[in-house]
Design a protein around this ligand. Sequence first.
Ligand SMILES: [Zn+2]
Length: 418
Amino acid sequence: MALSPRGCRRLLDPGGHGVLPVSRPRGVTMKRITIAVLIDALAWDIVEARGFLPELAHRRPLRTVLGFSSAALPSLLSGRHPDEHGRWFLYRRDPVESPFGFARLLAPFEGRGAIGRRVRTAYEKSFASLGGVRGYYNLYEVPLRYLPWFDLPERRPIFEPGALGRFPTLFDRLEERAIPHRVWFWRTPEERNFDELLSAAGEGDEAFLFFYAFELDGTMHARGTESEETRSKLRAYEEALRAALAAAARRADEASLLVFSDHGMVDVVRAIDVRSRVLALPFREGVDYLPFYDSTFARFWFRSQGAWAAIRDLLSGEEGGAWLAIEEEKRLRVHFPGREYGDAIFVARPGTVIAPSFMGSAPPAAMHGYHPEGKGSDGVLLSTRPIPEATRSILDLAALLEKEAARTHGETGNGDDR
Ligand SMILES: [Zn+2]
């Protein structure tokens, strides 16, 4: 990651979070600056083994939620469980709200070699420009014929105010309280975001800086947690964050850095081909049942009791995972009575992936999306400041960050310590 020299200022912020004036002198002093950095998939186990940013003296594992970032990020930013804010998986069954109706017309071409691949690419491009979805999504390898059954709950980026409707996120709270801040996320390239973070820490107007680092997650999926690529990405993050903290410290009485993550990461040791085994049963996919094969979850909706009984029995004997019981859904706060995320949900054990899946044919080198109490699933919180005793889960971060932002801004508390 190449960081541009200090002072390379960017006049326009494409994120719409403010414009840096050209005429203002550099290095305006500030009482406090807080840099809050969310590193996707920074696992507690990795931090423990490597000693990531060891100078951050206050360190703790954070329990995550069952699911992927599509569940963890809304929970982290709102302090609410998935069964409250409604976001669990990227795809949920909802043929009425589905933005993929047009895919039905192209589905017959899929699977016909080069023509099918061209049709799919053309569809993906047109959906990106016309689909009306501004939130994070990826069509991965979800079959075109099944897309019209599914909706994408995240219609606008989770890092924008109003993203969770009636549930305020950290960013809604910052707006409400008129706390100046800046936010970087996947909408702009990460390397450029790090350049801007450095400038903002050293000479920006906002004292509360929120940075979402998303590339480590993909590096680990592709190469594993022990790879040289992962090590070098971690080193680059350390270097960039040390530089930003140092830039803030040069002009603030107190410069704080909080580094946290949404979930962990586990190296993959085994892949199970659930789909082929289910297809071998005497029931028709897409007719007797609708499947969604995620990397670590196989979700099913049934139209026939026979199909449910057969698939249940088949996977009950599979060592690589287990059916999620309703009582466990409730305990983990991912119970959806409308069953929009699946009538029955099979969860892989840590280190096992379902491959091929709708996410891709080849298994990833590392994965997350396992039981939150399993090995490797914990996220982290590392801080220059003491961490409150009660902060134990990613759900505790929204309130903590809001408090830190208010403190940075100079508010001494308004009795609203949710
Ligand atoms: Zn991931």
